[in-house]
Ligand binder design. Structure first.
Ligand SMILES: *Cc1c(COP(=O)(O)O)cnc(C)c1O
Length: 373
């Protein structure tokens, strides 16, 4: 029985169980405790920021809370990158707002600055000034932060930075996720580090952090009994899971190095195949290369490669189907240019885990070469 080669599987560092053990010994088997507090501090330290981290039970929850704290509500519009995972956009609907999708540009595969400005102008002229912008870093590649944030600031629209897949990525030597009014990361099982499931929200002040924790822990007012003046959520990270996160943070830089090495391996090994394209970093950008992606010449060849890999028990996946083409968002407005649709049609995510062996990587390349030769 051949071992399956996964797209992106968990990769423990070694100390995770030690911290989980500490949590058990202290009996803080709860969504509070020393592991949780320490994990937040260690993450702030890793990000080299004075902003405040709130650890939550998912990245999706972090996006939801950020939208609430930005005051996004019923009837509002939020400009959202179309080329992304659905969890970027879903929380917009949780607060009763409507997503307006913005297509990508070819340089980074992320939000196109030109289309963003066009969309803002168009919505404003229709009497609908967007309440927020959600920009994200696709597969760890930073979006054009300078351009996008310049436009947002011109029109005074806050940015929620979905850095769910970009922990370890930087732009001009500053962490992706730390540029926006709020930033979000995910520690889901397939991300560059995992807590088995979890997320984080980056807030600009201790007051905002306090309010996020208040909302994430059922919005209890100060009183001896249960007293509520706000609708609350159960979104806090567990102290147990935070222990896993601490162990994972210790090896994050190694994970980034390994994922970047995977990308370089594919790029070098397939350099003779001019029909295959890899996305380069633009100046100032440092990608964690969460997933190594390749652009093929056509949908047909993309599918041939995907199926050939699957036959060898190798998991690969088409690039995201853009949100403006998803049935669930069919009635939403979009500003499209065809870029993300083309990426979806021709692009493939290759096995990218930091725990892949050289044998694994060579096997992937061999199957691809065989199919193209
Ligand atoms: C994984 C992911 C999310 C969702 O995070 P969860 O922790 O799984 O809820 C959101 N946005 C992007 C871009 C992601 O990759």
């Amino acid at each position: 029985m051949k071992d399956k080669i996964w797209l992106s599987s968990p990769h423990m560092g070694g100390n995770e169980q030690k911290y989980v053990q500490e949590a058990f010994e202290s009996n803080w088997v709860a969504p509070m405790g020393a592991q949780l507090d320490t994990f937040e501090k260690e993450l702030e330290c890793y990000l080299q920021t004075s902003q405040k981290v709130v650890a939550l039970n998912s990245g999706t929850a972090a996006i939801h809370l950020a939208l609430i704290q930005l005051g996004v509500g019923i009837g509002d519009e939020v400009l959202c990158q179309s080329f992304t995972f659905s969890a970027t956009a879903n929380p917009i609907t949780y607060v009763g707002a409507t997503p307006v999708f913005i297509d990508s540009e070819a340089d980074t595969w992320n939000m196109c600055p030109k289309l963003l400005e066009e969309a803002i102008k168009s919505r404003i002229s229709n009497g609908k000034k967007p309440k927020a912008i959600i920009a994200m870093h696709a597969y760890g590649m930073p979006y054009k932060i300078s351009e996008i944030h310049q436009i947002a600031s011109t029109y005074q629209i806050p940015i929620l930075e979905d850095a769910a897949s970009a922990l370890g990525s930087t732009y001009k030597n500053k962490a992706c996720g730390s540029y926006g009014t709020y930033g979000v990361w995910s520690f889901n099982g397939n991300k560059i580090i995992t807590t088995s499931g979890g997320g984080a929200l980056l807030c600009n002040s201790a007051t905002e952090k306090e309010h996020a924790i208040f909302l994430a822990t059922q919005a209890r007012d100060t009183a001896p009994h249960y007293q509520h003046t706000h609708v609350g959520y159960n979104y806090r990270m567990s102290n147990i899971v935070a222990g896993i996160g601490r162990g994972q943070l210790e090896v994050l830089d190694q994970r980034v190095a390994q994922r970047r090495a995977n990308f370089e391996f594919y790029k070098t090994a397939l350099a003779g195949y001019a029909q295959l394209q890899f996305l380069e970093e633009s100046s100032g950008s440092f990608s964690n290369r969460w997933l190594s992606c390749v652009l093929t010449p056509s949908f047909k060849i993309r599918e041939q490669l995907r199926l050939a890999l699957a036959e060898e028990q190798i998991e690969s996946r088409p690039l995201w189907k853009p949100m403006h083409l998803q049935p669930v968002f069919a009635t939403c407005r979009s500003f499209a240019n065809g870029v993300s649709e083309d990426l979806f049609n021709r692009g493939l995510c290759l096995p990218s885990g930091s725990n892949l062996t050289l044998d694994n990587l060579q096997k992937v390349v061999e199957v691809i070469k065989q199919r193209l030769d």
